[in-house]
Design a protein around this ligand. Structure first.
Ligand SMILES: [Zn+2]
Length: 58
């Protein structure tokens, strides 16, 4: 399953969509983008929370 996180959904005026085949990959892609493009760094724990909330992963 390909998972997606839309940057816009997290408060940025931005069309970036992070994709990943698994939780780790999408965490990495979204975290990297947010850090590099918006100067906003998420901890691994926060990133995991974001993915879990969106996809209801327990
Ligand atoms: Zn963005």
């Amino acid at each position: 399953m390909v998972m997606k996180l839309v940057c816009k959904d997290y408060g940025h005026d931005c069309e970036f969509i992070a994709e990943g085949e698994n939780v780790e990959e999408i965490m990495k892609n979204f975290g990297k983008h947010s850090d590099e493009e918006h100067g906003l760094w998420y901890s691994d724990e926060s990133l995991k929370q974001i993915v879990q909330n969106k996809y209801n992963i327990k």
